[in-house]
Design a protein around this ligand. Structure first.
Ligand code: ADP
Ligand code: MN
Ligand code: MN
Ligand code: MN
Length: 336
């Protein structure tokens, strides 16, 4: 039997990498990751290699059923150079979480976008819909736009075995969110990228594109899109101490620039101090504070300082691998 394996990877575009994929047919495929062979692609077409020496290598790292194709799987890959070193564009290889002690829950926001009008679904061709207010978690054709795409995406993710924890309509018209949680930073990143892939592909059927930009409506009074990173390790899950949380949060303060560098392009347009964000140049943390850089969820305090933290700064276009890598580095640097 012929099986379709969709090999998926991230290209080398800066500052925002995009998904690329191509199909490999395998005979009598077992369904297992270890039976996915390495493959290669033309890196000169993806800003990952010069034309004279163009081969880059695809190393399969995550597999799940492809819910939308017959006899098919989706295969997330890391990009290696021709000598099998991690390519500079390979953020996944920079994650130092070998024992999967770090758990991540990413809240991916995005806009469903009409490529004809270059506006979100729900926006009239000329002018604007009613101001923000009624759209968040809304129901009804007046306020919720594109639900059929969102629902199809949710089912596709669940059928693929991705650990989606929820979805909701967001604050701006045509803006939505899904949440994915995984134990292990690499796995969380893999699942977010797979979910992004499925969303992009489903959008094709509707002639709707996905706008991952963090502030697609500019400086107007419309929310931007984030990808809040909720994270914990054994220390955070079992600290039982406010002081431990303070020390870990303080470790983020001297690393503002290192974090912002990988928290997504154009984040200065989004982290303005308005629309439930903190200013990009400040660092703050606080219990339940949605205007802080890092929010300490009430859950964590109610459980006696055993829980997780939410870094609210990563934006919708950030690479979850790079976000996880820098958070892990900073948490490990804290002297607790
Ligand atoms: P909100 O919109 O209030 O910020 P959400 O419910 O959208 O919150 O997202 C919260 C996220 O936190 C979920 O993705 C969930 O998986 C994640 N989360 C919960 N507990 C932990 C934990 N111990 N470690 C890491 N992430 C967690
Ligand atoms: Mn949320
Ligand atoms: Mn949200
Ligand atoms: Mn959040």
């Amino acid at each position: 039997m012929a099986t379709k394996l969709e090999y998926i990877w991230l290209d080398g575009y800066k500052p925002t990498q995009s998904l690329r994929s191509k199909t490999k047919i395998e005979k009598d495929f077992s369904g297992k990751l270890e039976d996915c062979p390495y493959w290669s692609f033309d890196g000169s077409s993806t800003e990952q290699a010069p034309g004279g020496s163009s081969d880059c290598v695809l190393k399969p790292v995550f597999i799940c059923p492809d819910p939308q194709r017959k006899e098919a799987y989706l295969v997330m890959c890391e990009v290696l150079t021709s000598t099998h070193e991690p390519h500079p564009s390979n953020g996944r290889a920079t994650i130092e979480d070998d024992d999967n002690d770090f758990w991540f829950g990413f809240e991916q926001e995005y806009f469903l976008w009409d490529p004809e009008t270059s506006k979100p679904l729900g926006f009239p061709a000329a002018g604007y819909p009613s101001p923000q207010g009624p759209y968040y978690c809304s129901v009804g054709a007046q306020n919720a736009f594109g639900r059929e795409i969102v629902e199809e995406h949710l089912d596709a993710c669940l059928d693929a075995g991705l650990n989606v924890e929820g979805i909701n309509a967001e604050v701006a018209a045509g803006q939505w969110e899904f949440q994915i949680f995984a134990k292990g930073a690499k796995e969380a990143g893999d699942q977010i990228w797979m979910a992004r892939y499925l969303l992009e592909r489903i959008g094709e059927d509707y002639g709707v594109s996905i706008n991952w930009h963090c502030k697609p409506l500019g400086s107007l009074d419309w929310n931007g899109s984030g990808m809040h990173a909720n994270f914990s390790n054994t220390t955070l899950r079992t600290a039982g101490s406010k002081e431990t949380y303070d020390i870990i949060c303080e470790a983020f303060r001297p690393a503002i620039e290192e974090h912002i560098a990988v928290y997504g392009a154009d984040n200065h347009l989004r982290l303005t101090g308005k629309h439930e964000t903190a200013s990009i140049t400040d660092f703050s943390f606080g219990v339940s504070d949605r205007g802080a850089s890092i929010r300490i969820p009430l859950y964590t305090v109610e459980k006696g300082w055993n829980g997780y933290l939410e870094d609210r700064r990563p934006n919708s276009a950030a690479d979850p691998y790079k976000v996880a890598a820098v958070i892990i580095k900073t948490v490990k640097s804290a002297k607790v």
